[in-house]
Design a protein around this ligand. Sequence first.
Ligand code: FES
Length: 113
Amino acid sequence: MIGDWLDIGPVDQITPGTARTLPVLGGDEIAVFRTQANEFYALINKCPHKQGPLSQGIVHGNVVACPLHNWNISLKTGEALGEDKGCVPTIPLRVDAGRIYLLRSAVVGKRAA
Ligand code: FES
């Protein structure tokens, strides 16, 4: 059902290898990533280490390197890789007909919680 998904705009708004941010009223900002392989992921825009802005990190493969202390965070799972420990929440995302959708309950549901 399309009503369950929030349309956040065309895929072309994000250059491959970068992210854009999406403010959430009363909640944590979301970072939406596009990899060089044209895969899309959405995570809360806070590094599990010390809340660095992951959207400003360098994307390599399915991983973003945090701009603050260079932890590598999996875009798929939100988990810190290697010896670092921590996990940032991911937001279910789908792409349909050139537009990006986020699972509505994962975005606005947080407000009621
Ligand atoms: S805040 Fe991201 S690595 Fe330290």
